[in-house]
Design a protein around this ligand. Structure first.
Ligand code: ITT
Length: 193
């Protein structure tokens, strides 16, 4: 099996992506390559941040790798928090702080439409590739469930009556934004010799 580094410090993401097996690649974490860096994310697009993280690992550690930048865009909030999803409630805030802030901002609003989005940047043999995954849904009015991470407890995908945080890893991994982007990447890599 070939090895590829997933440039993320988010253990939940590693777990999700490792569960979507590829027949060709095993995934190394940053810890596996002795990288403890707090990789900067200063771009203002998902594409820009995903590439920034991937370039960091390629340049500093010389590994082919991929990185994802993800977030939630909420219609009634002019698509915020978007690229600021990780620190929406301020530097060093918790997932809970972010969820509380969103629920407060949506209080009394009828439009609860939201979209999770992931952009993966893959750096392989000197080339750069991007893969995008999205899923539409609604922000509910109270937390539901305790699995997953981030905004999972307040997001219900369209066509479902349970939040991402009420789904098993397996269930979320069939439909999520990240799962869609990862499937596209694995399908692309399958076709390479
Ligand atoms: P890395 O940059 O190290 O990969 P991160 O957690 O900072 O980890 P992102 O910048 O891509 O990752 O994600 C921004 C935030 O968006 C993340 O902290 C969560 O709050 C939220 N998010 C992303 N994917 C999510 C998912 O599948 N479920 C719930 N929230 C998610």
């Amino acid at each position: 099996m070939k090895k590829i580094v997933f440039a993320t410090n988010n253990a939940h993401k590693i777990e999700e992506v490792r569960a979507k097996l590829s027949s060709k690649f095993t995934i190394l974490s940053l810890r596996d390559i002795n990288c403890n860096d707090d990789i900067p994310e200063t771009a203002n697009t998902f594409i820009g941040n995903a590439e920034q993280k991937a370039i960091w690992v390629l340049d500093k550690y010389g590994h082919d790798c991929f990185a994802d930048d993800s977030g939630i865009e909420i219609e009634a909030l002019d698509n915020r928090p978007g690229v600021f999803s990780a620190r929406y409630a301020g530097e060093d805030c918790s997932f809970d702080d972010n969820n509380k802030k969103v629920l407060q901002e949506l209080e009394g609003k009828a439009n609860r439409n939201a979209k999770f989005s992931t952009t993966i940047c893959l750096k392989l043999k000197g080339e750069t590739y991007f893969f995008v995954g999205e899923i539409d849904g609604k922000i509910i009015t109270n937390y539901a469930g305790s699995k997953g991470f981030g905004y999972d407890p307040i997001f219900v995908p369209n066509g479902y009556d349970r939040s991402f945080a009420q789904m098993t890893l397996e269930e979320k991994n069939k439909i999520s934004h990240r799962a869609i982007a990862v499937e596209k990447m694995w399908a692309f890599l399958e076709k390479l010799n």
